[in-house]
Each structure stands twice: as structure tokens, then as C-alpha cells.
Write a protein that binds this ligand. Structure first.
Ligand SMILES: Cc1cc2nc3c(=O)[nH]c(=O)nc-3n(C[C@H](O)[C@H](O)[C@H](O)COP(=O)(O)O)c2cc1C
Length: 311
């Protein structure tokens, strides 16, 4: 069984990934949030930093790219390959309207012929450029309905993809409701590629239907409980101190990278929004964290949360 940390735009950047890999070893691969490839062929400073090999040296990092244009995709693959990346993941799952209205992300699943032409041209360009980096995809199962899935995965079967990560929801379903595990099983029966399951793994028993031969990608479950993979593997449960020192390290990283309290606070509050569930009955302290207006107020609130825990 392999465990991957899902890309979560705005959350799992290199500072977060580095701290997680240090405090909670055991993740086989971390995927970057998407880099938007465009015709200017210029990566944003934030994107460059996020894939800089020096910032990703302590774990296996797979960069993810969002684009619908084969030329821009292959250009970005070349840049990433020159940095030493041997695999690039294509985002075919983003359901957010600002992305899908431009025909990117999961919108690409809505036109099977165009999807086929995209891969045909991409692999043609890769061959012409003698590029040997592998391509994997992270995909949903359709735009409107779960029964759109099989023709999409038949297209994938025609190309030498290194891996196919399946988040078995449609675009319309965004991130809510139960993933269609039955559709994932159908895909397992017909896919020629190594598959990875993704969606709503939040506790060890959610792994029951996933075979040892597969990979699993976890996103929000690992934000809620950063030690989830260790627990799935039979290791000890997360203890409060571990979470505090993990968050402290992330905070330090953001303080070095960002200017002023506000952006650091916004990042830390988002993490607490996910991890707050670990502290039932600590609503008051969590509310103080949410309302903190400065780093010092934030730290006081975190200390209050710490003190409230049983020793
Ligand atoms: C805030 C947020 C940001 C996300 N950013 C990305 C992204 O950049 N690329 C991507 O492929 N998926 C992205 N996703 C989707 C997750 O990677 C994952 O597929 C989804 O959350 C389902 O898995 P989970 O239930 O384990 O979280 C994002 C999801 C959320 C909630």
C-alpha cells in the first residue's frame, strides 16, 4: 500500500509539506497544488518556490499542472524535468467554476474527443522532444453524472500514463457526499493503469475496501489528523503535543516567508479549522484562535487550548 498526500491549493505548499514530512514520516508522495501553465510560459514566483527542488528535498514531491493546452503542458513538463522531476501530474479534477469555465480541470472530462486529442498531441510533443518524464492524472468520474466514467477511463487506457488517481465524484458534486466507490471498483476492473483511490479517507476503517496492491491519496483526512497514515498502519494515535509542535513549525515557516501577521494568521486559522475537530469540548479556545487579530493573541489562544488538555 502506498500513501499519497493530496494537493490542497492554498494549504499544502512546500512549508506545510516539509513540516509534515519531518513530524509525520510515512507518506510515499506529496503532490503540489496545481501550477497553472499558460502561454506566457512563466511560472509565478510562488509556484517556482513551491517546486524548487531545494524546498522539497526531504520527501518525494510530484508537481501538478493545470492546463488544457498540450504545448503549454509539455513546455512546463520540460522545465520541471530540467529541475529533476521524473513525473508530472495533470489536474483533471478541479471543480471550481473559475477553472472549469475556462475549460480546464474537471471540465476537460466533459468532451471525450477533445480529451483524446489533448493526450494524443501531448504524447506526440513529448516524443518529438525526447522527454522521458512520466505523466500521471488526477481525475474525477464525470461532470454531471457518475455513469460518464467508463468512456473517460477508456481514453486514459489509450495512453502510457504512469498512474491514474481517481476521486470518484463528479464536478457537480464538488467535495460533498459519499464518493462513488462502486464506480471506482468498475474502473478498477477495466483500467490498464496503476490506480490510486482518493476521497473521504478520514479514519482507519475507511481503508477496509482498499486492497493492499493499491495506492491511496488522502487530503482533508490528513489535515484533520496529520498522523492518520501512522494510525492506519497500526501506529500510535496523534497526541496534542505533536500537533502543537507541527503547527509551530509551519507558523515559523510562514513568518519567514510572509510579511506581517495577517497572512500568517489566515494560514494558521485555516489549519485549525480542519484540526479543531480533534479537540471536542474546546470550543471556547478554538473560537479565540479564530478571532485572534495578531500573532500574540493567536499564541495566547493556542496556549489556552494546550492548557485545557489532560496531562
Ligand atoms: C481547499 C482544497 C484545495 C484543493 N486543491 C487541489 C489542487 O490544487 N489540485 C487537486 O488536484 N486537487 C485539489 N483539491 C482536491 C483534493 O486534492 C482531493 O482530491 C479532495 O479533497 C478529495 O480528497 P479528500 O476527501 O481526501 O480530501 C483541493 C481540495 C480542497 C478542499
Amino acid at each position: 500500500m502506498k500513501y499519497y498526500f493530496a494537493p490542497l491549493e492554498g494549504i499544502t505548499g512546500w512549508i506545510f509539506r516539509s513540516a509534515h514530512a519531518k513530524h509525520f514520516p510515512g507518506i510515499d508522495r506529496y503532490y503540489t497544488p496545481f501550477i497553472a501553465a499558460n502561454q506566457t510560459h512563466k511560472m509565478k514566483t510562488r509556484e517556482k518556490k513551491d517546486v524548487d527542488p531545494a524546498n522539497n528535498a526531504s520527501y518525494v514531491c510530484i508537481p501538478q499542472v493545470l492546463t488544457k493546452v498540450p504545448e503549454d503542458f509539455v513546455y512546463t513538463i520540460r522545465v520541471l524535468a530540467e529541475m529533476g522531476y521524473y513525473e508530472v501530474n495533470l489536474n483533471l479534477g478541479c471543480p471550481v467554476p473559475t477553472v472549469t469555465t475556462k475549460g480546464k480541470g474537471s471540465a476537460m472530462l466533459g468532451d471525450i474527443d477533445a480529451l483524446d486529442r489533448f493526450f494524443d498531441r501531448t504524447f506526440e510533443l513529448m516524443a518529438a522532444d525526447h522527454l522521458t518524464a512520466g505523466i500521471s492524472v488526477k481525475s474525477r468520474i464525470g461532470v454531471m453524472r457518475a455513469d460518464e466514467a467508463i468512456p473517460i477511463y477508456e481514453v486514459f487506457n489509450r495512453y502510457p500514463l504512469r498512474e491514474v488517481i481517481v476521486h470518484p465524484r463528479t464536478t457537480k458534486e464538488m467535495y460533498q457526499g459519499e464518493p462513488h466507490r462502486d464506480v471506482y471498483e468498475e474502473i478498477r476492473c477495466m483500467s490498464k493503469h496503476p490506480l490510486c483511490y482518493n476521497g473521504n479517507i478520514t479514519k482507519p476503517s475507511d481503508m477496509d475496501r482498499i486492497g493492499e496492491d493499491q495506492a491511496v491519496m488522502i487530503g482533508r483526512g490528513l489535515l484533520r489528523n496529520p498522523a492518520l497514515v501512522r494510525e492506519i498502519q497500526g501506529g500510535p494515535a496523534l497526541c496534542g503535543d505533536e500537533l502543537f509542535s507541527f503547527f509551530r513549525e509551519i507558523q515559523k515557516g510562514y513568518e519567514e516567508e510572509m510579511y506581517g501577521d495577517a497572512p500568517v494568521l489566515a494560514k494558521m486559522k485555516e489549519l485549525w479549522w480542519y484540526a479543531g475537530d480533534l479537540f471536542p469540548g474546546a470550543d471556547k479556545a478554538l473560537k479565540k484562535i479564530k478571532k485572534a487579530k495578531s500573532i500574540s493573541e493567536y499564541e495566547m489562544a493556542v496556549n489556552r487550548l494546550k492548557e485545557g488538555l489532560p496531562h
